[in-house]
Structure formats: C-alpha cells, structure tokens
Design a binder for this molecule. Structure first.
Ligand code: NAD
Length: 330
C-alpha cells in the first residue's frame, strides 16, 4: 500500500514514519497543502491524508476520484474547510480525528487555573521588579476547598471533571446531555447555579448559537465568588469586553485563556507587530491576573501521535473496505 500525506509539519514526520513502518505501508510526506495546484501529486497512491484550514474545492475531490482514491483522512478535529457534499458526490469518504487527547486540553485548563489560583503571575511580575512583598490581594484559595463549575461535559469537560475531582474539589456541571459515566466526579446542575457557586468556571462547549457569549455581562452579574474564568474551548464563548470590565472591577478575579474571539488574526504567527495586535488582547495581556496561551492546549506529544495514528488507521481501514466510525460525510 502507498499513501500520501499533505501539509505535514516537520514535528509529525517521525510519528508518520513510525506508523508506516508498523503497518508496512509506503508513505510520501509533503509540506504542501492539498489544493487544486497540488492534487496531481496524489496520482498513483492508494490513500491520502491532509490537514489545514484552506478550503478544499470540488475540483480536488473530482481529481482524487479520477486517481481512484476513495477517502481523505483529516488529521485534526476541524473539517469545516472540506466540502462534504462535493466529496460525497465523488465517492470520497472524509474522516476526522474527533478526539486525540482530551486529557491534554483538560490538563492545560487545570494548569491555568492553578497558576491563577496561587497568584503566580502576580508574584512573577513582582520578583522581576525587586518586589518580594505579599499582602491581602495575593491571599490564595486552595483547590480542594474550591467549587468548580464546568460548562460542557463532553470529552474535554469530562476529563477536566476527573482531574478536579481527584484534587478534592467539588465539581458542578451544566450540560444539556446527561452522561452517567461522569456521576462519580460531578454534580449536574443548572447554569445559574454554576455562575453563583463556582470559584473556578471552566468552559468546554463547542461554539454554537446557544453558547456564543455564554459569558457576558448578564451571566457575570450572577457570579458571587469572584471566580477565575478558564476558556480552553472557543474564544466566541466569551464577550471579551464584558470580561475585561469584570477583571477590572474584581467581579472575576482572574482569566486563563487558550483561545480568543479574534485569535485568527495573530495566534500561530511569529513577530506580530505591536500595532497589529487587537486592543482587547493588549489590555488582557498586560493584566497580571490573566494568563493567555496561543491555542496550544492540545499540543502534546501524545496528541500529535494519536491524531496521526487515528487518521492513518482510518485511511487504511477504508482502503481495505472496512469503514470507520470517524467518517463525517456518510
Ligand atoms: P465534545 O463534543 O466532546 O463536548 C462538548 C459538550 O458540550 C457536549 O457534552 C455537549 O452536550 C455540550 N454542550 C453543547 N451545548 C451546550 C450548552 N449550550 N451548554 C452546555 N453544554 C453544552 O467536545 P470536546 O472535544 O470536549 O471539545 C470542547 C471544546 O474544546 C470545543 O469548543 C473544542 O473546539 C475545544 N477544543 C479546544 C482545543 C484547544 O487546543 N484549546 C483542542 C480541542 C478542542
């Protein structure tokens, strides 16, 4: 079997080569994205994989079908750049990797929360300026005494619940869908109770009409415990200007953000000029009770390995006529 992988980052090479060796498959690795200009490189291969956000056009699926290809294994969660109907029309089954390591994102959320809970950013700043003082503002809470409010209890919310529960914290969860497997770790409740009772509020839902700006001035007004807000999910879940106001007034005591509503303008880029950075980002990043990371919660060795193994196993399975549970355009 001969397969081709597009848009491979250098750090993926060794994982792809290991998979190929283990599965006795010949693999060609390309740095280029899959598009109308590069699709001809797939001729003569039995399987294809890609990733990225560049829209894939009907012309590409047409070409792949002409080369006899029957699938496209996307090595990431998102597949909104794929034209699912067009792919189906040409008999191309698209698979994604729905969950490569929920624990990676959960651990990053807890890391942000612990950093903020113990005021590490504030002390770090002070130490850099010869200030070794501590006073009431930096008096911390301890995690086992905290109530954690999770919004969304799917793969990542569930993993997050398990970690906080194992640290001795009380975990409240709001999710419209009940999951019996989470019973040992959470107490299901409603959104208002989450806002009212939580010391840490952690967001783990997709961006949907029902979750857009779920943290806004109205929901913030219901918060009674000056919580820390953690958003490892999607920037659009939070009304950023309402968050900035709440951080300034102390209504929210800290924010750990791996994602921002306007992040596509600058996350993942190097040497972004100060003048090109959005004002709300500049304001947030200068607050010592805010921690921002550039959408890297997923970025662990295990997650990279899993995203490759799951995508390429699906590719092989479909080529061998066995199907896959990860087909997104059935
Ligand atoms: P999932 O589909 O497994 O779980 C989402 C959960 O949200 C589901 O249980 C669903 O019932 C619940 N939900 C839906 N609407 C809701 C609502 N209105 N209120 C409360 N809960 C609601 O998804 P997941 O894999 O756990 O991903 C969660 C989020 O994390 C997504 O936004 C995803 O894009 C994001 N994510 C971030 C990173 C990162 O690196 N920062 C990586 C992967 C995923």
């Amino acid at each position: 079997m001969k397969v081709i992988c597009y848009a491979v980052a250098p750090l993926e090479d060794s994982y792809i080569k290991n998979w190929a060796k283990k599965n006795d498959v010949e693999v060609k690795i390309l740095r280029e994205d899959l598009n109308e200009k590069t699709v001809h490189l797939a001729e003569g291969f039995d399987g294809i994989s890609s990733e990225g956000i560049e829209p894939v056009t009907e012309e590409v699926y047409d070409q792949l079908a002409k080369f006899g290809l029957k699938q496209l294994a996307v090595r990431q969660v998102g597949f909104d750049n794929q034209d699912l109907e067009a792919a189906k029309k040409y008999g191309i089954k698209i698979t994604n990797v729905a969950s490569y390591s929920p624990r990676a994102i959960a651990e990053m959320g807890v890391t942000h929360a612990m950093y903020l809970l113990r005021q590490v950013g504030i002390y770090y700043n002070r130490m850099n300026h010869g200030n070794f003082n501590f006073e009431e503002r930096t008096l911390s809470r301890e995690i086992f005494n905290c109530t954690i409010g999770l919004i969304g209890g799917g793969h990542i919310g569930g993993a997050t619940a398990q970690i906080y529960s194992s640290l001795g914290a009380k975990v409240l969860l709001f999710d419209p869908y009940y999951d019996a497997a989470l019973e040992p770790f959470v107490e299901y409740t409603d959104l208002d109770t989450i806002f009212k009772k939580s010391d840490i509020i952690s967001l783990h839902t997709p961006l949907l009409p029902s979750t857009t700006n779920i943290i806004n001035s109205e929901s913030i007004s219901k918060m009674e415990k000056q919580p820390i807000l953690i958003n490892m999910a999607r920037g659009g879940l939070v009304d950023t200007s309402a968050l900035i106001d709440a951080l300034k007034s102390g209504k929210i005591s800290g924010a750990g953000l791996d994602t921002l509503a306007n992040e596509a303008e600058f996350f993942g880029k190097e040497h972004v000029k100060e003048s090109d950075l959005p004002d709300d980002y500049k304001e947030l990043v200068n607050m010592d009770n805010v921690l921002i990371t550039p959408h890297v919660a997923f970025f662990t060795k295990l997650a990279v390995k899993n995203s490759i193994e799951i995508a390429l196993n699906d590719m092989k399975s479909i080529i061998n006529g066995k199907g896959s549970k990860n087909i997104v355009n059935l």
